[in-house]
Write a protein that binds this ligand. Structure first.
Ligand SMILES: NC(=O)CC[C@H](N)C(=O)O
Length: 419
């Protein structure tokens, strides 16, 4: 067992050394540039309402990024261990959704940004906490998890899969919050009274305190985020942790509710689904691109790391990571379109999603109006994947062609139409 900078055990290396990207890489240098600039910010206060958190060194500052392909880049205090706190919430939400399904979970907790602080006493008209990212909602979400190996062990094991290594509880922080977290107990009892919290409040609250006290590094945050970014498969270990749909649900609640009462401003200026924690961490998951982790303990009034917010604003801007940026024009899905005699020969390529399929079917439909064409042949040899939406659009167009008397044949040696 090795020990991180603050003496907390970290149970083995965070990621496979082989995946560690070169420190001299331009990506690391760019991260370092942002870190140096943002380090000059000295506002904010270290959280002390959980007494143990008050010991954090305000100057500690690390940034990590993990690409969708699993390469990691870390600068600053990358090996420093700190506790997840609220960053655990989207992951435990994912555990609950995976186990119970989306509708069952949202029978107990809403999905609307509360516009209020993380510890607000905020229940909607149905008695549900407003969303799973505020404390009340997160305690309810934790209470829903079952897991065969015991609730907390199940949570720890899935969160460890997200990080790609076994995470351990910082017992001092856990005890410190368990001794003082009476407001969270109160939120638990209110949710019990509202009929949405399952089972003994104290057990749910204890497991919530434990999940908040899981010890991580910025590198872990970036790996966890990257796992959500790429749809639920940890890009470092290659292991599927949750379904693609569950990953999308977690990203959605992070996007709308992850930054508490700063969610709107965050969407405008950063636009990366994110979750912050009072220990000073922020995790951000840019879909299909990068997982990011930042740690710096001084917090703004909303409870978000001051340097973390500034660093992510810069990262989003400099590297075009806003989720609502205009996507690049994708390559044409048509490798070639030729006509030989009465046959239109269409060879497709690459990943065919709904937009690409729309291009293809509109081209195929022209064959119906073209008197010279009596048959079409569609070749899928070069197609690496068809989305469900694309598959059904293509099937519908083939039926149209047949109905119009155009003979259609499909060659699909890789079986992408069946996948
Ligand atoms: N915003 C946070 O990180 C809050 C988490 C902390 N454990 C609490 O419940 O108060």
């Amino acid at each position: 067992m090795d020990h991180a900078a603050n003496g907390q055990p970290t149970d083995g290396p965070a990621v496979d050394e082989a995946q560690e990207a070169d420190e001299g890489s331009p990506v690391s240098r760019a991260l370092e540039g942002i870190r140096e600039e943002v380090a000059a910010l000295s506002d904010g206060r270290v959280a002390d309402y959980i007494p143990e958190l008050a010991h954090a060194d305000p100057d500690t500052f690390g940034i990590a990024a993990v690409s969708a392909h699993g390469r990691s880049y870390c600068v600053g205090d990358a090996e420093h261990a700190f506790t997840l706190q609220s960053i655990s919430k989207p992951f435990v939400y994912a555990v609950a959704v995976e186990e119970l399904g989306l509708d069952a979970v949202h029978g107990h907790v809403g999905a609307e940004p509360s516009g209020e602080p993380f510890n607000a006493i905020s229940l909607d008209e149905r008695g549900r906490p407003e969303n799973p990212m505020i404390n009340a909602g997160a305690i309810v979400t934790t209470s829903l998890v079952r897991g065969t190996e015991g609730r907390f062990e199940h949570i720890r094991s899935v969160l460890s899969d997200f990080a790609g290594r076994r995470l351990s509880v910082d017992e001092d922080v856990y005890r410190s919050e368990a001794e003082t977290g009476h407001r969270n107990r109160a939120l638990g009892y209110l949710s019990l009274a509202g009929g949405v919290l399952v089972g003994p409040v104290e057990e749910a609250v204890q497991d919530y305190f434990r999940q908040c006290a899981l010890s991580v590094t910025v590198r872990d945050l970036a790996v966890m985020a990257a796992t959500l970014s790429v749809g639920g498969v940890n890009p470092v270990t290659g292991r599927r942790v949750v379904s693609q749909r569950t990953a999308r649900h977690a990203l959605s609640v992070m996007a709308s509710c992850g930054m508490y009462d700063r969610a709107g401003e965050w969407g405008l200026r950063v636009g990366i689904p994110a979750k912050s924690g009072v220990s000073g961490g922020i995790l951000a998951a840019a879909p299909g691109a990068f997982g990011l982790g930042v740690f710096s303990p001084p917090l703004d009034e909303a409870g978000n790391s001051v340097r973390g917010v500034a660093a992510l604003e810069r990262l989003s801007d400099d590297y075009d990571l806003h989720m609502l940026r205009t996507p690049a024009e994708p390559p044409s899905p048509m490798h070639s379109v030729t006509r030989a005699g009465g046959t239109l020969d269409v060879r497709l390529r690459g990943e065919i999603d709904f937009l690409a399929a729309e291009q293809v079917v509109s081209r195929l439909a022209e064959a119906i109006d073209d008197a010279r064409v009596t048959s079409v042949s569609v070749a899928l040899e070069r197609v690496s994947g068809l989305s469900d939406a694309a598959r059904s659009l293509l099937a519908a167009e083939l039926t149209e062609l047949a109905d119009a008397g155009v003979d259609a044949t499909v060659s699909d040696p890789r079986g992408v139409r069946r996948a």
